[in-house]
Design a protein around this ligand. Structure first.
Ligand code: B12
Ligand code: SF4
Length: 510
């Protein structure tokens, strides 16, 4: 079968700061290819939509699959599916990925027949059986499949994270992927899932609070195959398990692999596994992203972050001592007034780190979704990108955006524009000499993408597809299972040793 895999276009954040290879879609493509299918891939983050329409007409795929990790991409995916259906009436059209897994029925309804199936959960596990069914009646029996005719059994986990190689060779413009000075940059997965349970996050509900690791030798082999000098580690929380981090380091050293790395982790994990992070600094760790989320104890508790403020600050100190570039995330609440924005700005300007501000957003699959959906001021998917306010703001909305964008602009001066170029002159020159322009272009893009008036105007766009809100649920707690895509498989699916498990439990207050 001829299968075309498509990743939708970039969202705001990606238009400025980074562009990364669609690893999940590459895995789905890899699994389909292993099953004998003829597979092609288009990433609209890096390619013009015309490439998609040309490919439809020239290659005429038998099946088309879209990656729906981001809620804000849903309207674009539905429109692309409708356009494809008009050209190829018999094509099997599938959508999968993180966000669409939580809203499968809505996606089918929006598409009015243009989408045959939403495949919930991990795609590499089910893509081959799904393609084997074609558009036939068996489709509704595949684990994770949701079709107009019915639903299959619950999605299954892949047996091993290292069973399928991502089809990296199918990406057309590998040099377009970058993050900061890691230009070009490839992505890799060391571990999947998260054993914590923050209220605003759906990473743990998607994977049923499981945590699985890939084989260290396999990871080193995959790294050795990468041509890119930069590597983005996509794990939700890197190096939860000290022994795994050390085993990968051993395998990398044995092979003499030298790369520059970016990772994301938690403050408490960083403090607990200092030796792993120190060792990785020596191996080429350049950037570290810490999801601090709040700088007051009350909100940390509200988010159920299970990290104290003292730990957050101690982690920052330790990260600084490593000499890596640290980025932190703070969640801007719609209740923030001018004084609060000013206080956050003042704090952020005192620290050397890159600060990212995201806006509280109740996503389907999070605990705050059933709690807050009744308050939503909009149900336009495109605004659910954590850069727009979808809940009522204390300040008038235009003033909220003015404060937000001004704060982001002031904070971004630390790592964008002339000042950043001055600090990174050698690196910038080296990248340009190799024909890599992503990093240098990024330094001046902020003002063309982040604009308070534009963000306000985004709320006034005509809306064709809206999130549906089921009746408000009672406070979550009684039935957390309803949130999960992959049902919690229990301790056996948590690749943690006893010490790590005890640490996770302790931070979870268990
Ligand atoms: C790495 C990552 C990023 C990276 C890379 C994104 C990329 N291009 O791939 C970067 C840093 C760029 C990023 C950015 C953002 N991210 Co992000 N990201 C993640 C993270 C941590 C892991 C994703 C990943 O690569 N996982 C590993 C791969 C192997 O898994 P996967 O992609 O999920 O794919 C599997 C399944 O989803 C499925 N699948 C995927 N595609 C398809 C397609 C088909 C047909 C099928 C059948 C199955 C399928 O099968 C795959 C294999 O099992 C997730 C959290 C999470 N755990 O999912 C958040 C997450 C997806 N991101 C999120 C958000 C909010 C963002 C931003 C909007 C944040 C911002 N500051 O603006 C931006 C938007 C970026 C954009 N698209 O323009 C939210 C999504 C919320 C939502 N419901 O929309 C998540 C869930 C984080 C969270 N805790 O809330 N992100
Ligand atoms: S630790 Fe990170 S990935 Fe895990 S639940 Fe919290 S925010 Fe999500």
């Amino acid at each position: 079968m001829k299968l075309l895999c498509v990743h939708p276009g970039p969202l705001m954040y990606t238009r400025v700061f980074l562009r990364l290879e669609p690893l999940g879609l590459e895995l789905v493509a890899g699994a389909a290819r292993d099953a004998g299918h003829d597979v092609r891939l288009i990433d609209l983050q890096a390619e013009n939509p015309r490439a998609f329409h040309r490919m439809l007409r020239a290659w005429r795929p038998d099946a088309l699959c879209f990656s729906g990790n981001y809620l804000a991409n849903v309207p674009e995916i539905v429109d692309l599916a409708r356009a494809a259906r008009a050209v190829l009436p018999d094509c099997l059209i599938i959508v999968g990925g993180h966000s669409v897994s939580f809203i499968a029925r809505d996606v089918l309804a929006h598409a009015e027949g243009a989408i045959d199936c939403v495949l919930r959960g991990e795609g590499e596990a089910a893509i081959a059986p799904l393609l084997a069914c074609g558009r036939g009646a068996g489709l509704a029996g595949v684990p994770g499949a949701v079709t107009a005719a019915g639903e299959g059994p619950p999605p299954r986990f892949v047996e091993r994270l290292d069973a399928v190689r991502p089809a990296r060779d199918l990406l057309h413009h590998r040099r377009r992927y970058f993050i900061g000075t890691l230009d070009p940059c490839a992505s890799i997965e060391f571990a999947r899932g998260c054993p914590w349970d923050c209220t605003f996050c759906s990473a743990w509900t998607f994977y049923g609070r499981s945590y699985r690791t890939a084989d260290p030798e396999w990871i080193a082999d995959e790294l050795a195959r990468l041509r890119e000098p930069g590597v983005f580690i996509v794990d939700d929380v890197a190096f939860v398990h000290e022994r795994h981090g050390m085993a990968i380091a051993d395998a990398i050293e044995r092979r003499g692999i030298r790369k520059q790395y970016y990772l994301e982790t938690r403050a408490d994990v960083l403090l607990r596994n200092k030796e792993v992070f120190r060792r990785w600094r020596g191996l080429g760790l350049e950037y570290m992203f810490l999801g601090l989320e709040a700088i007051d104890a009350e909100r940390l508790k509200l988010f159920r972050k299970r990290v104290t403020l003292d730990d957050s600050f101690a982690a920052l100190e330790f990260a600084r001592s490593l000499g890596v570039m640290v980025a932190i995330n703070i969640i801007a609440d719609p209740s923030w007034d001018r004084a609060r924005f000013a206080a956050v700005r003042a704090w952020c300007m005192e620290i050397p780190e890159i600060v990212n501000l995201s806006v509280t957003t109740p996503y389907p699959g999070t605990e705050i979704w059933p709690e807050q959906q009744a308050k939503l001021t909009t149900r336009d998917y495109r605004l659910f990108d954590i850069q727009h306010a979808v809940l009522p703001t204390t300040l008038p909305l235009d003033e909220f955006y003015t404060e937000l964008v001004e704060t982001q602009r002031i904070l971004s001066r630390k790592h964008l524009g002339w000042a950043a170029l001055r600090d990174t002159l050698g690196i910038a020159a080296a990248r340009l000499a190799r024909g890599q322009t992503n990093f240098v272009r990024m330094l001046w893009k902020f003002n063309s993408v982040y604009d308070a008036r534009q963000q306000l105007a985004d709320h006034a766009r005509p809306v064709r597809y809206e999130l549906s809100c089921p009746a408000p649920a009672p406070a979550i707690g009684a039935d957390k299972r309803a949130l999960f895509i992959h049902q919690p498989p229990g301790r056996r699916a948590r690749a943690l040793d006893d010490a790590t498990e005890r640490f996770v439990d302790a931070t979870r207050g268990a």
